[in-house]
Design a protein around this ligand. Structure first.
Ligand code: GLN
Length: 538
């Protein structure tokens, strides 16, 4: 049976529970163990699919087509293990399940309650779809003390009791603030947070203390004493300069060793930190730099394009160059400013997006990239905008548009009500917004002698999708005659998956999201090639 590690947070949110969990997963894996990571989110949405990126940051898509919390992206990037639908659970999903069962009369006349029915369902989810893992790390979203997280905290308490305390470890991540005015480090918030956790029956086994500066031994001793945790298990985590330093930092703090000690498990081999040291060096010490513009609607929120930012950085790692991201708000981008704003960039990227706002700025920026032969990558919505730009300016279809945001005009981009997956027809709909898009991994066949075929070095690729609209294949010939080729298609040749310009050094649009599959230790070829082209641009 797997050993379970539960990670809770205290004092404030955004302390890096996801990154800590992901780093721990890497370290345990590197010591020879099989690890699975899961996220338990206390909000009422069934999944984050319908939430605005302004609210919740990026929506991360898994191979099996679920829309999940962005922490699953960290998990994949650090552990290299592809996440699944069963790895992200929300209160909404749990209640949905329980209420559906109730309506079917499956509770046999009983009163349905948070305890035991909701907590039982949470416990089932925690165990569901696991078998050969040595460790399952479950991160609980939010912080202890929130009303919403209570059923989850109660469920993990019961769970540890069910499987035996020696098989379950509780890690609590808290903030240890530094007060500038009095030049002091404060342990009281941590003490209070642990008190809160204990009041619901959980005694943490390890406390990870997030701090701006090193925590003196005397303060760690205080935390150990008041929180009843062995001093060796009071682990500090100081702000790192790049997230790739996190596994190194937790290794230095012996987090993995303490976890193994708790379970009385020996390390199978030494942890390998070499790859992280190498990429940290490239990122922090590289003098060579390249500027890439990201033109999107949500650029003001740091987490809205999390995987994309990461994938570009990975492309930089592969090319031994630091990538500077120049974020441009498409809604504020005036046509007259485009030339000036894009003056110092060597690559232009239009990411995924929804709705009409900001489209005209994006289309103009694409025209600028096409005409001035600046490397361009359009992702999903970005590819759709590139199609519209080309149709308007090269095919002279002045009213070319997408039915997503313009009900009149010529719909080169439109709604597909049906598409094929593994020979099975899947219905799409524009009625229910949640979970009704073309989601998850789909195959694409790459055209011989195309740029994309050179980049992937393969004829068949699998990439993750998240969209409702498609480029109308019936325009293929018209586009190709003018030099924009459809170099990747769905296996049935009905859906354009990739477009590229013939007479351009690097101009590619993809209907999928390659960023979800890029990993720091295994950068995605499309991003490596894009950054290489940008590097050569100047
Ligand atoms: N809004 C577009 C669609 O639904 C693109 C989505 C995206 O960029 N992920 O097709």
């Amino acid at each position: 049976m797997a050993q379970y590690i539960f990670v809770t947070g205290g004092v404030v949110s955004s302390l890096g529970k996801g990154l800590s969990s992901a780093s721990l997963a890497y370290l345990l894996q590197s010591r020879g163990y099989k690890v699975r990571l899961r996220k338990l989110d206390p909000y009422l949405n069934v999944d984050p699919g319908t939430m605005s990126p302004f609210q919740h940051g990026e929506v991360y898509v898994t191979d099996d087509g679920s829309e999940t919390d962005l922490d699953l992206g960290h998990y994949e990037r650090f552990s290299g293990v592809s996440a699944k639908k069963s790895d992200n659970i929300t209160t909404g999903k749990i209640y949905n399940d329980v209420l559906r069962k109730e309506r079917k009369g499956e509770y046999l006349g009983k009163t349905v309650q948070v305890i035991p029915h909701i907590t039982d369902r949470i416990k089932e989810f925690i165990k569901n779809d696991t078998s050969k893992e040595d460790f399952v790390i479950c991160e609980i979203g939010g912080i202890v003390g929130d009303i919403e997280s209570l059923p989850f905290v109660e469920a993990i308490r019961q769970f540890s009791n069910d499987i035996g305390k020696k098989n379950a470890l509780f890690i609590h991540l808290t903030l240890v603030p530094y007060l500038k005015a009095s030049d002091e480090i404060k342990t009281k918030p941590t003490q209070h947070s642990v008190k809160e956790l204990r009041s619901i029956g959980i005694q943490p086994d390890i406390i990870i203390c997030r701090s701006e500066r090193p925590i003196p031994l005397e303060h760690r001793k205080k935390i150990s004493l008041f929180c009843n945790v062995d001093i060796k298990n009071v682990i500090e985590t100081i702000d790192v300069k790049t997230i790739y330093e996190a596994p190194i930092s937790f290794f230095n703090q012996k987090l993995d060793v303490q976890v193994l000690n708790y379970f009385k498990i020996k390390s199978k081999k030494p942890a390998n930190l070499k790859p992280w040291k190498k990429i940290t060096k490239i990122i922090l010490q590289n003098k060579k730099q390249v500027n890439i513009a990201i033109i999107g609607k949500y650029v003001e929120l740091k987490d809205a394009y999390k995987s994309l930012d990461e994938a570009l950085t990975h492309g930089g790692i592969e090319n031994n160059i630091k990538v500077n991201l120049v974020r441009i708000d498409s809604e504020k981008l005036k046509v007259s400013e485009i030339k000036n704003k894009l003056k110092n960039v060597s690559g232009i990227l239009i990411p995924g997006g929804f709705g009409k706002r900001g489209t005209e700025g994006k289309i103009e920026a694409i025209k600028h990239a096409r005409k001035n032969k600046i490397p361009f990558l359009g992702i999903c919505y970005g590819m759709q905008m590139a199609i519209i730009e080309f149709a308007r300016n090269q095919l002279k279809i002045k009213k070319a548009t997408s039915s997503e945001f313009d009900k009149s005009g010529v719909h080169i981009i439109g709604l597909m009500h049906e598409w094929e997956k593994g020979g099975r027809k899947v219905k799409g709909t524009d009625k229910d917004l949640g979970g009704t898009m073309r989601l998850g991994s789909y195959d694409a066949i790459l055209k011989d002698k195309s740029k994309i075929r050179d980049i992937y070095k393969s004829t068949l690729i699998k990439e993750r999708h998240r969209h409702r609209y498609e480029v109308d294949i019936s325009y293929k010939e018209k586009f190709e005659k003018k030099g924009l080729i459809f170099s990747g298609l769905s296996p049935d040749h009905k859906l354009p998956e990739i477009i590229e310009l013939k007479n351009h050094p690097w101009f590619i649009g993809v209907q999928f999201h390659p960023e979800f599959k890029s990993r720091p230790l295994n950068p995605h070829p499309l991003f490596s090639s894009f950054i290489k082209a940008a590097k050569n641009h100047r």
